[in-house]
Design a protein around this ligand. Sequence first.
Ligand code: BGC
Length: 398
Amino acid sequence: MEPSQHPETNLQFPKGFLIGAAASAHQVEGNNANSDWWHFEQMGKLPKSGLACDHYNRFDDDFGIAQQIGLNAMRISIEWARIEPEEGKWSAAAIEHYKKVLRSMKDHGLTRMVTLWHWTLPKWLADKGGFETNEGVEAFARYAWFVAQNLGKEVDFWVTLNEPEIYTLLGYKQAIHPPFIRSNYLTYRVMRNLIWAHRAAFKAIKTVLGDVPVGIAKNSACYQPFRKNNFLDSFIIFVFRYLDFYLLNRIHKQLDFIGLNYYFLRKIKFDWRHLYLEMKPNDPLNFSDMGWYLFPEGIYRVLLNLKKFHKPIYVTENGLADARDDRRPKFLQDTLFWINRAIEKKVDVRGYFYWSLTDNYEWHDGFGPKFGLVAIDYQNLKRTVRPSAKIFKQIFSV
Ligand code: BGC
């Protein structure tokens, strides 16, 4: 059955299903002056984030909008560079701030999923090599412990790290994010340390808070062989999937749930010279403003692949840049249709967080891409709900 033949408002989701949006501190808060990103932005190596969406001051209004469009959950991140602006110096003001943020979420009926680290580092730690060193791992465990101790009562779900593989790839292999390095050795080392960082933070949170849900946000693409029934293409896909699950295989004992960030369809063709080539799909697919192929069905396939880990799954990110908001409505309908189908196939999916609530700072692409359910006018920071945001009430208030 194709999604278009299906009246989406009839979709049945399990009781307690979380329907939310996600965001990260550096991308929305503004003035993240003690972070490594801010530093590189001032040096002119990255677009300036400046005030971003001024979510730091406008969080209450933003959560009000989330509630108004029918969401019952939000995934935010806590900014390490604010909590520990100097090594070992913990900011009481930052803790007070995040307490207010988390209470405001609760007051707006939003279940609170909190990510401890969404790519930015305190500048002092970046200067010492960040996650290249064991010291970075230890510092992260201390930070996790401190946040659990001080904000633990206000958090419903913990996400230790956001997309460790993508961070490592962009910062240490492709050199387009800080610290702009190209090194296979460091790629391996940072990845390994992030695995340890996750385990250490998991332990710290459990030690402080006992049995609270702790997971990770993991990016997984939908890999497909470019040529059907081609052994070599299929073999490459097999290797990609193996590598894709490497992280989860290494941490599955320290994981109460899997957070899936799904964005990509990747069509792969074996190639004698380059090993593989990434191909454009033959199918007439739409794409986002960033040129990413829109393939909602892919989330179904990825979810089926994740079933073997026997963990609850939350879709912690999924979305598209669509300034005109002309592809987002169908994209959302189709994605929710395919998630629903995965649930019918007994995949334990318990929530969906759209990326993102508002337009925001899209890392090295600056403020160009518009991912938001809510548009931001960067001249005056006015928020305007986009029509596609209606879908949540249509599907979930039945
Ligand atoms: C990241 C977000 C980012 C989104 C869209 C995800 O990989 O976690 O921070 O904005 O992709 O590019």
